[in-house]
Write a protein that binds this ligand. Structure first.
Ligand code: ZN
Length: 131
């Protein structure tokens, strides 16, 4: 497994992107809206991984809910798996609570699924299938 990206909930991309540009000494890639999750994403490449800044595009976006409850900050950690269907079946068999029992489409049209933080030590885990 590899760390694919870390998702960071921000109140405003306009405010947060320059902060990470200073921090990383690099410009963000092009921004993308993921309709399914009601977020706008700006990504920074960091080695083989990336940081994704996530801004809510609607009041009922999961990111808006997260910020309302816990404030801005690290939202989820994403791991790459070779086969997402196999990974989901294995985790379910091992008693993990899945948010997505079937894969859905994430940023860049990748196949993704979320595992509930109640079964992963409080960390929301996203799985993405290796291309
Ligand atoms: Zn993500």
């Amino acid at each position: 497994m590899k760390i694919h990206h870390v998702g960071i909930a921000v109140e405003s991309l306009r405010a947060a992107v320059p902060v990470f540009e200073k921090l990383l000494g690099a410009a963000a890639g092009s921004e993308e809206t993921v309709e399914d999750q009601k977020v706008r994403v700006a990504a920074f490449r960091v080695g083989e991984s990336r940081l994704e800044l996530l801004e809510a595009t609607a009041a009922d976006s999961p990111i808006a809910g997260f910020i309302a409850k816990r404030g801005p900050g690290i939202h989820h950690l994403t791991l790459t798996v070779p086969n997402l269907d196999d990974a989901l079946r294995r985790l379910e068999r091992d008693g993990m609570r899945l948010i997505d029992r079937e894969p859905r489409r994430g940023a860049g049209n990748e196949r993704i699924a979320f595992v509930h933080p109640s079964s992963t030590a409080g960390v929301l885990i996203e799985l993405v299938e290796e291309k």
